[in-house]
Design a protein around this ligand. Structure first.
Ligand code: 2KA
Ligand code: SF4
Ligand code: MG
Length: 240
């Protein structure tokens, strides 16, 4: 496993981009008016990663992709643009837990967002403070097609921890119907619920085609289906 690219400085966050308003494009809050903070850095390297600019030096100038923002900078941004739903994503946001705790606790104190969601790979356990500050964790354990070794992508104790928070939903990125058996194995082993299946794809044609293939098999398993609304609307444009 690669070492984390990001040090956890408690007063600053290493950010790739902030954007919004846009719609939450994935999971249970799809379609909600939302603002996003995309944190820099990821310790994984999924084959189909849609945000390689957060961590891949082979394809991106990482110095140009990161900005160190103080918690006050981010609070000012939020105060100027009232957030209904704030989504913290990455990269892997849980690589910067201390600064994130400070940010999210202050957002809660000042009521700068009605709801807060963290998108995470489910390989790093959240702190108790983060758990109390968020509305929901959107946890996406990776399947074999990510190209990661199993011990990198499936951390049993971390999955159990998230399940025990009562705030996790499980969002699996799927390419074809055959992947659903692998989801079932994880869901059954770790008692993960509720389950959301989301098509992998960074263009609207792929997302729509895969949703059509997945719809009936997902219904048959009594799971939920997520689209990628921002991809249907804006393809892979940044800032959405
Ligand atoms: N609109 C929009 N919704 C999203 N939900 C999760 C995202 C992510 O990149 O993790 C994302 C994103 O990049 N854009
Ligand atoms: S965990 Fe997310 S950000 Fe990290 S490599 Fe995989 S898809 Fe990309
Ligand atoms: Mg995205």
């Amino acid at each position: 496993m690669k070492p984390p690219a990001v040090s956890d400085v408690a007063r600053d966050l290493v950010v790739n981009e902030t954007f919004g308003p846009t719609f939450q494009g994935e999971g249970p809050s799809t379609g909600r008016y939302a603002h996003f903070i995309r944190l820099f850095g990821c310790h994984l390297s999924c084959a189909w990663c849609d945000t390689p600019q957060t961590h891949d030096p082979a394809r991106y100038d990482l110095a140009a992709e990161q900005q160190v923002l103080s918690i006050d900078d981010i609070l000012s941004w939020l105060a100027s643009t009232p957030a209904e739903l704030l989504v913290i994503t990455g990269g892997e946001p849980l690589l910067q837990p201390r600064a994130l705790e400070r940010l999210l606790c202050t957002i809660r104190e000042r009521a700068l967002a009605a709801d807060i969601e963290i998108e995470t790979s489910g390989t790093i356990p959240p702190t108790d403070l983060l758990t109390s500050a968020v509305t929901r964790f959107n946890v996406s354990p990776k399947l074999a097609h990510s190209g990661l070794r199993r011990h990198q992508r499936v951390r049993p104790a971390v999955l159990r921890h998230f399940a025990g928070t009562g705030k996790a939903i499980w969002k699996f990125v799927v390419q074809e119907t055959g992947d659903l058996d692998e989801v079932q194995e994880l869901v059954g082993t770790y008692d993960l619920k509720p389950v959301w299946i989301m098509p992998e794809g960074t263009d609207s044609a792929t997302v729509l085609a895969r949703m059509r293939l997945l719809a009936e098999p997902v219904l048959a398993r009594r799971w939920h289906l997520s689209t990628r609304l921002h991809t249907l609307l804006w393809e892979n444009d940044r800032g959405h």
